[in-house]
Write a protein that binds this ligand. Structure first.
Ligand SMILES: Nc1ncnc2c1ncn2[C@@H]1O[C@H](COP(=O)(O)OP(=O)(O)OP(=O)(O)O)[C@@H](O)[C@H]1O
Ligand SMILES: [Mg+2]
Length: 464
């Protein structure tokens, strides 16, 4: 039986517990209705344990977002949930909060299994669990491929309440009887449609067999193609369905395309770098090979840049992800590895150097900017070969991708108070360019640049 420590709702005067909390500095950037159009519920109205509420407020969450308002109260009744909401609107906390609420800290068992499709997303999600559960004493473990199995086996010898990870590794651990899921009542699939693609579905089904019959299954994503129907019929019991996507794209993200030839792309990117006010940017390519080639070109142009893709060593991937998140460099070139779920609030520009092949990928990619209702732009470099794809994506998403104007209004993607200068090449970068330094391994040279990016993100921009 879960630990029931229920504080009175927000109508009581008992607020002393709040005064000792240390939330991050308030974010005053404007936000769109994608996150502000709520019914006005408070986290304190949700009958959550006080130590969990403390973690929520200390994370700087003042009010629930629309998806949190809809999903958390239902999830707390232990009903199955199938929820669809736009990118960056807080789906993670919408499943992490009810999962944590149901954990009995005194019990030495895995009580929530949170599955995600990529290793980076697993790290990010486990961090959210730790942040929100900070005052609960909850033990969260993250496990993914690309790390030593033995370390995971050792860790599972200690207490684990919440297990976050990618399906293959967890199945491995469950199959070896190392991860005991027999009393795990909560099973969450984030980016559920991806986890139900043919490469993952058999693993998901095998994993479910390790859980008790009485369990709660929750599926979250911004995209739910037909693929999910099968799973729903087979493994969910009368799920409560939430769909907060009357329109699909984010209100805060303006989309443009530049029509050009393949050989003009690098030049175009250079122009964008010199004109745009990039806080941090993610640049997507359609293959790992092209990621590396482009990162090299961007470095040669003299801009701060790293890259990441699935064929890299996991330790390098982690390093790049960590450094970018902490603003150590400004531009990240990557493959679709980082298309889903990745949350870096300082990203205000997404560039599709290569136009994606389908509408879902497009939606998730451009959703890397404009996080939590903030502003951002997405720029698509489109060639003759992409013209039908561009049209199809617009049709399928019911959105408009406009031709890029000669000047982009900074009010569309730059928070008020940020510097009005575009990113500049530093002397270090220029000398690296002469020395032909590779794209990977630039972190120290770019620290200055990155710190600035972070400050801008928090609305404390300084002029260079
Ligand atoms: N109630 C809240 N108040 C303030 N910020 C919040 C709140 N809920 C979530 N956030 C912040 O919003 C950002 C986006 O949240 P999250 O990553 O959960 O979005 P998502 O819906 O899962 O997006 P995606 O579809 O891209 O995975 C995060 O930085 C998170 O900390
Ligand atoms: Mg997410």
């Amino acid at each position: 039986m879960a630990h029931q420590q229920r504080p009175a709702p927000s109508t009581t005067n008992d607020t002393a517990w709040k005064s000792g909390l240390r939330p991050p500095p308030k974010d005053f950037r404007p936000q769109t209705e994608d996150v502000t159009a709520t019914k006005g519920m408070d986290f304190e109205d949700m009958f959550l344990r006080r130590d969990l509420l403390m973690g929520i407020f200390e994370a700087g969450f003042e009010k629930p977002s629309p998806i949190q308002e809809e999903a958390i109260p239902i999830a707390l009744t232990k009903r199955d949930v199938l929820a669809r909401a736009k990118n960056g609107t807080g789906k993670t906390a919408a499943f992490v909060i009810p999962s944590l609420q149901q954990v009995d800290i005194t019990k030495n068992k895995i009580q929530a299994l949170l599955l995600v499709p990529t290793r980076e997303l697993a790290l990010q999600t486990s961090q959210v669990c730790k942040t929100l559960g900070k005052h609960m004493g909850v033990q969260v473990m993250v496990t993914t491929g690309g790390t030593t199995l033995k370390d995971d086996i050792m860790r599972l010898g200690e207490v684990v309440h919440v297990l976050v990870g990618t399906p293959g590794r967890i199945l491995d651990l469950a199959g070896k009887n190392v991860a005991d899921l027999s009393e795990c009542p909560v099973f969450v699939m984030d980016e559920a449609d991806k986890l139900l693609s043919p490469e993952f579905t058999p693993v998901m089904e095998q994993l479910l067999a390790y859980l008790p019959k009485e369990r709660q299954v929750m599926l979250f994503s911004a995209t739910f193609p037909m693929i999910v129907k099968d799973f729903k019929g087979k493994h969910m019991r009368n799920p409560y369905e939430i769909n907060l996507m009357e329109e699909l794209t984010l209100r805060g993200v303006t989309q443009y395309y530049a029509y050009l030839e393949e050989k003009q792309k690098v030049h175009c990117l250079n122009t964008l770098f010199s004109k745009l006010q990039i806080n941090q940017s993610i640049i997507f390519c359609n293959s790992t090979n092209r990621v590396e080639l482009l990162a090299k070109k961007v470095t040669e142009l003299g801009y701060s840049c790293f890259y990441s893709h699935a064929k890299m060593l996991q330790s390098h991937r982690n390093r790049v992800f960590h450094d970018f998140r902490h603003g150590a460099f400004r531009n990240l070139v990557c493959s679709d590895l980082l298309t889903r779920g990745i949350d870096i609030q300082a990203v205000n520009v997404v560039i599709n150097f290569d136009f994606p092949k389908n509408a879902e990928t497009y939606l998730h990619r451009i959703g890397r900017s404009g996080r939590f209702g903030h502003l951002g732009i997405a720029i698509n470099l489109v060639t003759y070969e992409d013209r039908f794809n561009l049209y199809r994506v617009e049709q399928e998403l019911g959105t408009e991708i406009m031709p890029i104007p000669s000047v982009i209004d900074r009010g569309l993607y730059v928070a008020p108070g940020a510097t009005d200068e575009p990113q500049q090449k530093t002397q270090q970068q220029q000398s690296q360019q002469r020395n032909g330094a590779p794209a990977y391994g630039q972190a120290q040279a770019q620290q200055q640049n990155g710190r600035q990016a972070q400050q801008q993100a928090q609305g404390q921009a300084q002029r260079r």
